[in-house]
Design a protein around this ligand. Structure first.
Ligand code: BES
Ligand code: MN
Ligand code: ZN
Length: 476
């Protein structure tokens, strides 16, 4: 793991083992590794015109530093923190700046190597020292960034783990371990309890395998525990719900080859809400947060749910399963109903829900759907600020008609099998289960499930939208 330190010393007092990073106003593809007259290595890197640097390009720049350090086998890097201030970043403040730097250093440095049996012979990028005068505000930003960056990488490791090793049970055990480490509580409900709760939709999705379906319930009461109907507004918890499909074969409506191999990542939403509550706890925020992860494997067997089956969800609504690959919305439906008991201030669900979200947005941003315009605006703004970009799609009542089932209360896909507005269809289905009168937003993270080269992250889980969720909790 990359070690982040700071030192009030100036460069000449810092060991020569550290290569110095020098940003220049050259174009961003320009770079040189040089030895200076005093025998020190210096990595000079173009950052583009300083007046052009925005939060977006800055994050990419920081990630490029890591890529460069790795390719040049630089082990230790020294950065003058004072040179990291650029005109357009000023309004965000030093805490944001320091946190952003550290988050992105850590995110870019992570690689999924757990299943590689040969050790890399390359020197590893091991340490960054920020030297020079550093304000207390910046220091608290470094600390924040370190906590968030590390915790996101924990989540990425969980998401990247193949389904043979990451079952719902195992996800529950990891959650318990993280809870101990970060000081929040976790309870893992098994099938017996889920049956008692009448979570017929969640159980149906998981019924095709001997791997047990679970519901992971994590609670963090940073503002003081509260219960009952008449709790004060500031003690109502923010409820985060994350889709925890540990493998999505599609079920009997099996996925075609080429579309199944990365479906161990279908619990990325679950991993992200777990990382988010762990980050909030480690940061010691005085906020109440509950994370719910319905976890199941969507498998194929003679016990699997069938197309045409009708099941009863926890809220009593009957669902006609028209497509077994639309399983995410079913498990989230019961989690949404379950969230009601917490009297939530706001509910955010995070799910790799639809391939259609990639059709709409490409792999650049997650889609958000909510009827609450203030919530929508807030999520977009905090997304821009944190780096976890989100973009709205409508959730109008007009879309509800397509889900009106002939045989049950609601069908899990459009009854005419139309593929139009697939992401909105998913969000609309969920709207039937979201508690009434509670602000709620659905975040479809399918576009950000797997990284793309321009992210400058290792292939696999991106760890999004944890930075957004943490900012959201901070601001709530
Ligand atoms: N987990 C998938 C969605 C997905 C697809 C995420 C690609 C990331 C990349 C989800 O369970 C699913 O299969 N959705 C279907 C819905 C359809 C049957 C209405 C889809 O997108 O095809
Ligand atoms: Mn599916
Ligand atoms: Zn899925």
């Amino acid at each position: 793991m990359l070690k982040i330190t700071f030192s009030p010393k100036n460069l000449t007092e810092i060991s020569e083992k550290y290569c110095r990073l020098v940003l220049t106003e050259d174009s961003t593809n320009w770079h040189r590794l040089v030895e200076t007259a005093d025998g020190r290595l210096e990595y000079r890197m173009g950052a583009g015109k300083w007046s052009d640097i925005t939060p977006r390009t800055f994050r990419t720049l920081i990630r490029s530093v890591v890529q460069a350090a790795k390719s040049h086998q630089i082990e230790k890097l020294a950065i003058d923190f004072a040179t990291m201030s650029f005109p357009k970043l000023q309004t965000y403040g030093e805490k944001w700046l320091a946190s952003t730097i550290v988050e992105n250093l850590l995110l870019a440095n992570y690689e999924f190597k757990t299943y590689k049996t040969k050790k890399d012979k390359k020197k590893v990028f091991a340490e960054v020292v920020f030297f020079g005068e550093i304000s207390n505000e910046a220091k608290s930003g470094f600390k924040r960034g370190e906590i968030i960056g590390q915790t996101i990488n924990q989540g990425r490791e969980i998401a990247n783990t193949p389904a043979c090793d990451l079952t719902p049970k195992h996800l529950g055990e990891i959650s318990e371990k993280m809870a101990k480490e970060a000081k929040f509580s976790v309870q893992v409900l098994g099938e017996k309890e889920l049956k008692k709760l009448k979570m017929g939709a969640l159980l149906a999705v998981g019924q095709g395998t001997k791997v047990e379906t679970k519901m992971i319930v994590a609670e963090y009461w940073g503002a003081g525990k509260s219960a009952g109907k008449n709790i004060s507004e500031d003690k109502k918890p923010i409820v985060l719900i994350g889709k925890g499909i540990t493998f999505d074969s599609g079920g009997l409506n099996v996925k075609p080859s080429g579309f199944m191999h990365d479906m161990h990542l279908d619990m990325s939403g679950g991993a992200s809400v777990l990382s988010a509550i762990a980050s909030v706890a480690k940061l010691g925020l005085k906020k109440n947060v509950v994370a719910l992860i319905p976890a199941a494997e969507n498998a194929i067997s003679d016990d699997a749910m069938r197309a045409g089956d009708i099941v009863t969800a926890m809220n009593g609504k009957t669902i006609e399963i028209l497509h077994t690959d639309a399983e995410g919305r079913m498990i989230l439906a019961d989690a949404l109903t379950y969230s009601e008991r917490y009297n939530p201030k706001v509910i955010l669900d995070v799910a790799t829900l639809t391939g259609a979200a990639l059709v709409a947005l490409g792999q650049q941003a997650s889609a958000i759907m909510t009827k609450d315009n203030d919530l929508s605006r807030k999520l977009c703004e905090l997304g821009e600020e944190s780096g976890d970009l989100v973009w709205p799609l409508p959730l109008w009542d007009e879309y509800k008609a397509s889900l009106k089932s002939h045989r049950a209360d609601i069908s899990n896909i459009a009854t005419n099998f139309s593929r139009f507005a697939g992401s909105i269809e998913g969000g609309t289905f969920l709207s039937f289960f979201a508690p009434k009168d509670v602000p709620w937003a659905h975040i479809d993270i399918a576009p950000r499930m797997d990284s793309i080269p321009s992210d400058k992250l290792a292939k696999g889980a991106t760890g999004e939208p944890v930075r957004l969720l943490v900012r959201f909790v901070e601001e709530s």
